[in-house]
Design a protein around this ligand. Structure first.
Ligand code: GDD
Ligand code: MN
Length: 420
C-alpha cells in the first residue's frame, strides 16, 4: 500500500468553536472531470450536476491541463462563488488517465465519480452509479454504452464503433473479464480502490477504468448500469486511432512488468527500433538488388531511411503526448539523427573489430550486445534532447532570444510590467 496518499476515512472534528463556523457537510460524492479545451461546457455541466444530484452532498473537481481556450479560467470563476467546485490545473502535463488519478486522489469523499467534461456522459445516471457502490454492492459501478440497443449512438463514426467493439472483446479476453463496457470513461469507484491500484497503474495512460480494474488489490467487484452516450456539441474529441497502439503497449506492460520492470516508453522505443532494423534490411536489399547502388551508398541510404522511420514512429506513438510538430519536428529529426549516428558508428566500429578478430559466428554476441546498447543510448539521449520536458527547451529558447534581440531579458520586463 502506498504511503501518504490518505488511506483513512475522513472524519474531522473542529478544533475550536471558532473553526466550527467554517464547517461544511461531509461530501458524499466527488465528481472528477478531466478537461482539455472544454470552455463552452463547464457552466452547463455544473448546472446539470446541481439538477441531478439532489439529496447527495457533492463536490466537483475539474482537472485541466492548462487548456489554451481558458477552460481553467471559467472553472476558477465558477469556483469563486460556488464552494462545491474545485480546480486542479496541471502545467506541462497531458493525459486523460493521469488527470483522473490525480483528481481522485484529491477527492474529499470516499466515493469518486469520473465523468467526461463534454456533456457526452448523462449526469442523470450518477445517482444510480453512486447508490450501487455506496450500498456496498460493488467497489466500482460503470455506466455501459452497450446494455441498450441505442446506448452507443453518440460515437462519432462507424470506425469508432468498430474500434470500441474490438477493444472491448480484447479487454475481456486478455484480462479475463466479463463486462459489456470495460473501456467506458464514466464510472463510480471507491477512493480506497484507487489507492490500492496505485503501485500497479500503467504508465501508458490507456483507459483508466481498465487500469483500475486490473491493478486494484484485492480484485474489485464491478457492476454495470446502462446509459446513453450523447453526441458531442461543443469542442472536439481528443482520442484517435493511436489508441489501438496504446492498448497493445498497455497489454505488454501489464504482462511484462511483473517479470521485467522496464518503463513502457522504453518498450515502445525498443519495439519501434526493431521494426527499424527490418526496414533497414529491406531498404538495403532493394537498393543493392533493384537499383544496383554501390554497397557503401546503399548502407547510407538504408540508414537514413531507417532513422527517419524510427524518428517518425517514436514521435507519433512513443511520445504521442509530447509530439513535435511543424518546424520543431524537423529540428527534432536533426538532433535525433545526430545522436543516433553516434550510436551507429560506435556499434559498427565494435562489430567490425570483433569480426576481424574472431572466426565464425562468435562476433554475433558483441554485435547483438552493441545493438542493445545502441537502443539504450538512443533512448536516453533522445528522451533528454528531443522529447524532453518543454521547460528546459523553453528556457533555452527564451535565453537565446534575449541574447539575440536588444530587448531586456524576459524577467526584467516582467517585473517592470507588474510594478507598473
Ligand atoms: N486533463 C485532461 N488532459 N483532460 C483530457 C485530456 C488530457 O490530456 N484529453 C481528453 N481530456 C478530457 C476531455 O476534455 C473530455 O472531457 C474527456 O477527457 C474525454 O475526452 P474526449 O476527447 O471527449 O474523449 P472521447 O469522447 O473521444 O472518449 C470518451 O469515450 C471513450 C469511450 O468511447 C472518453 O470517456 C473515454 O474515456 C472513453 O473510453
Ligand atoms: Mn467525448
Amino acid at each position: 500500500m502506498p504511503e501518504n496518499v490518505g488511506t483513512t476515512a475522513v472524519n474531522a472534528q473542529p478544533d475550536s468553536a471558532n473553526e466550527s463556523a467554517f464547517r461544511r457537510a461531509p461530501v458524499d460524492l466527488t465528481i472528477v472531470i478531466p478537461t482539455f479545451n472544454e470552455r463552452e461546457n463547464v457552466r452547463e455541466i455544473v448546472k446539470r450536476l446541481d439538477r441531478s444530484l439532489k439529496g447527495i452532498c457533492w463536490e466537483a473537481i475539474f482537472v485541466d491541463d492548462c487548456s489554451k481556450d481558458g477552460t481553467g479560467d471559467v472553472v476558477r470563476e465558477v469556483a469563486s462563488i460556488d464552494s462545491r467546485i474545485r480546480l486542479i490545473l496541471r502545467h506541462n502535463r497531458r493525459g486523460l488517465s493521469s488527470a483522473v488519478v490525480e483528481g481522485a486522489l484529491a477527492a474529499t469523499a470516499e466515493f469518486v465519480a469520473v465523468m467526461d467534461g463534454d456533456l457526452q456522459h448523462d449526469e442523470g445516471v450518477l445517482p444510480q452509479l453512486y447508490a450501487a457502490v455506496a450500498k456496498g454492492d460493488a467497489d466500482i459501478s460503470l455506466a455501459s454504452r452497450f446494455l441498450t440497443a441505442d446506448g452507443a449512438d453518440g460515437l462519432s463514426s462507424k470506425t469508432r464503433h468498430q474500434i470500441s467493439n474490438t477493444g472491448i472483446k480484447l479487454a475481456n479476453l486478455l484480462f479475463g473479464l466479463k463486462l459489456t463496457d470495460p473501456l467506458t470513461g464514466f464510472f463510480v469507484i471507491r477512493r480506497s480502490v484507487v489507492v490500492s491500484a496505485l503501485p500497479e497503474l500503467s504508465e501508458i495512460g490507456f483507459k483508466v477504468l481498465l487500469d483500475f480494474i486490473t491493478a486494484a488489490r484485492p480484485a474489485p467487484k464491478v457492476v454495470e448500469v446502462p446509459f446513453k452516450f450523447r453526441e458531442r456539441v461543443h469542442g472536439e474529441s481528443k482520442l484517435d486511432n493511436r489508441v489501438m497502439y496504446d492498448f497493445f503497449l498497455f497489454f505488454v506492460e501489464k504482462k511484462i512488468s511483473p517479470f521485467l520492470p522496464l518503463p513502457a516508453r522504453f518498450l515502445s522505443f525498443a519495439l519501434i527500433n526493431s521494426f527499424g532494423i527490418l526496414i533497414h534490411l529491406a531498404a538495403l536489399s532493394i537498393a543493392l538488388n533493384l537499383f544496383s547502388v554501390p554497397f557503401q551508398s546503399a548502407v547510407l541510404v538504408a540508414t537514413v531511411i531507417a532513422m527517419a522511420f524510427n524518428y517518425w514512429a517514436n514521435n507519433a506513438l512513443t511520445y504521442r503526448d509530447r509530439r513535435l510538430k511543424g518546424l520543431k519536428f524537423y529540428l527534432g529529426f536533426l538532433v535525433f539523427a545526430g545522436f543516433s549516428s553516434v550510436g551507429i558508428i560506435a556499434n559498427v566500429g565494435v562489430a567490425s573489430m570483433m569480426h576481424e578478430q574472431y572466426d565464425g559466428l562468435f562476433y554475433l554476441v558483441p554485435a547483438a550486445l552493441g545493438a542493445l546498447l545502441t537502443v539504450v543510448w538512443n533512448y536516453v539521449v533522445t528522451l533528454a534532447f528531443v522529447w524532453g520536458q518543454d521547460r528546459a527547451k523553453g528556457r533555452f529558447l527564451a535565453n537565446f532570444r534575449s541574447l539575440t534581440s536588444r530587448s531586456k531579458p524576459i524577467s526584467t520586463t516582467h517585473q517592470a510590467r507588474t510594478q507598473a
